[in-house]
Design a protein around this ligand. Structure first.
Ligand SMILES: N[C@@H](CCC(=O)N[C@@H](CS)C(=O)NCC(=O)O)C(=O)O
Length: 221
């Protein structure tokens, strides 16, 4: 049976899962769910994912959320090329390290700034909340991007190795969201070089980012 993918193209974790599926020609049916319209909180969507979060997949009758978990599941269930999620225990642990690191570092910093600078005005958040989110986001992001830059000064790929892994895919989608957060990676040359190199290796890059790029373009006007 075809795999069902529930996504919002604006979401970083959703785009990461879509890239892995599309680059590996895994047949799937897309169901668009808008988190901005709070469709993630509907009773119908909670039947798919009780946590009310995107992305989710349904594979036969198996329901799964959390982008990193979904990507690991796809790598093992579809026997994807080893470089995405290596069989070697130590190389795999490195990929897991960066996936775990992602949530409380790069993503945490990026989300604080997205909440402050993108959703702050839309949701009319109190100025004190915006200021606190900005302070936390700026501090966390500076350390996170600095650490990535140092690592990418030594390795071409974030978890080492000589080909892209699912850790690169998760992190690169987060880095592309920085303009929405009012941030950038321009002070981090190794991150920029990695972004350029890795994005050209992801075949579905333009297709998956199309809707998100339209949002970025509309904000520049
Ligand atoms: N740790 C989760 C994060 C998922 C997440 O935060 N998804 C957001 C979109 S980027 C969402 O579904 N928000 C909807 C909501 O909270 O109602 C993952 O990697 O999948």
């Amino acid at each position: 049976m075809v795999l069902h993918l529930y996504i919002d193209w604006l979401s970083q974790p959703c785009r990461a899962v879509a890239m892995l599926l599309m680059d590996n020609n895994i047949e799937h049916q897309v169901h668009e769910v808008s988190f901005m319209k709070k469709e993630t909180q509907s009773a119908a969507y909670k039947e798919v994912n009780p946590a009310g979060k995107l992305p989710s997949i349904v594979d036969d009758d198996f329901h799964l959320g959390e982008s990193h978990t979904i990507m690991r599941y796809l790598c093992t269930s579809r026997n994807l090329p080893d470089h995405y999620y290596p069989n070697d225990i130590k190389q795999r642990a490195k990929v897991d390290y960066w996936l775990d690191w992602h949530h409380l570092n790069l993503r945490h910093g990026s989300l604080c700034l997205i909440k402050a600078n993108f959703f702050g005005p839309i949701k009319q958040l109190p100025q004190q909340t915006i200021d606190e989110l900005r302070k936390e986001g700026d501090n966390v992001l500076k350390v996170a991007l600095g650490f990535m830059d140092e690592t990418l000064g030594k390795n071409n790929y974030i978890a080492g190795g000589n080909q892209i892994s699912i850790a690169d895919i998760a992190l690169i989608c987060e880095v592309t969201a920085l303009p929405v957060a009012g941030a950038s990676c321009e002070d981090y040359p190794n991150v920029q070089a990695w972004l350029k190199r890795t994005s050209t290796e992801i075949k579905s890059w333009d297709q998956v980012n199309m809707v998100f790029n339209q949002l970025l373009a509309s904000r520049k006007k």
